[in-house]
Design a protein. Sequence first.
Lengths: 265, 291
Amino acid sequence: MRARYLVPTIYIIFLLLPIYWLLNMSFKTTNEILGGFTLWPHSFTFDNYKVILTNPSWYNGYIASIEYVVINTILSVAVALPAAYAFSRYRFLGDKHLFFWLLTNRMAPPAVFALPFYQLYSAVGLFDTPWAVALAHTLFNIPLAVWILEGFMSGVPKELDETAYVDGYSFWHFFIRIFMPTIAAGIGVACFFCFMFSWVELLLAKTLTSVAAKPIAALMTKTASTSGYELGLLAAAGSLTLIPGAVVIYFVRNYIAKGFALGRV
Amino acid sequence: MGGEVRKTVNQLGWLFVLPVVALVAFNAVIPLMTVVNYSFQESFGDNVFFWSGVRWFQEILNSSRFHEALLRQILFTAIVLAIEIPLGLAIALAMPRRGPWVSVCLVLMALPLLIPWNVVGAMWNIMALPEIGLLGKAINALGIPFNYTRQPVAAWFTVVLMDVWHWTSLVVLLCFAGLVSIPDAYYQAARIDAARPWAVFRYIQLPKLRYVLTIAILLRFMDSFMIYTEVVVLTGGGPGNSTTFLSIDLVKTALGQFDLGPAAAMSIIYFLIILLLSWLFYTLMTRNEAR
């Protein structure tokens, strides 16, 4: 092992330390946590996890989170696909301005939208449903999906489209049966990013829900404030939110940078 | 919009983008109109509104509270950019380019990016607790008093460290992808010319990394300028107001005090600042692409 690999190794250790500490806390009893500083759980317990997995007010948070994340991902990518195709293949009136306008929504601070969203989604009767959060998250996920997909589609030569038309395929047949499989990796990456940003965003998700559709991560804040200082529960709930991310990341590990570069590396 | 594909003029393109425009307009235009509307009015409970002209804008632009939050925000963004960009670049340069370890590195490094933001805050909260946190205990053991709930400096240190932990990987991943895309022939040519490592970096790697670095800077600028959840969970904006950044101040005004007018005026100013700075980055980016 060469000396320069020390840099990434130290960096990864630095990344894993807080994660270890969170896991460490989640396996401790409340007494041990408050009792003092221990590097690993001396009285190892699964109780914190048991509470979360058996108490509906906890595990419903997971279900709510997954619900709006999935709705959001499907919705964002479905509408972004044709739009990205148009941006990558056609020139039309105002296309550049439209593209930049979409991009500005990625720059909008969620804090700016929190209050108007609360009023808007209350007015249309969607408040406290997964749909409200899913729709609100399309604000930044649709522009992102359009960007990523446009980047991937620009890499596909236009001859593919033209050959398909010459061969007598209809547009939709070509688009669904030939074009979409060609950019399957791009669709996967776009889905991943929509999933990711919907999963990690909390300000809007918290503002737009009260009881029924409260996301798991927001429930954690509640624990810290109402039922005393239950660090073990908090840590266990936090540890469980790491799992979906860790699972999906494995599938896109080779494309993740390309996604962040909006399909252009 | 870059691209190698030659485009044809086709106004039907509008039909393709219509669903996107409809959804984003619903989400962006209606709330923005609400905000603009509030920003010119005075509210008295029960939905009674009076026209108040540009008063809120004048008040916000002259309020020391806004100036301080803006200053803290700029300072925070500058610090994290100054740490994360060079650090991310250095780690990407030191990483192995191929072999089984690449995937392991990428997966482990991407992990912090997929943790819900308030869990990130909670994690560092637990990590930095002076009595039972690994970081807090370690610093105190060195003989330096450390308590992020009391000392502004400790709070800033923890917040910056958290952001470095959270987002440096993004820079690493982008730079790594840029480095991998450099063909081997370039390095072989450099070896024939007996180029020094610095020359290889300056004349081969850096030009290729320009595009990814621009994106990394743009993304890190935007996201650090909007930081909210992580800091609220970690410090709640305190001690005092020492870590109250723009978003935190805005949410306090809008949802905490329900001062709709000032909050709306502040939203617009805040958004315009980000828009202006991002537009600068965007034009720089597209100019590079055109070259």
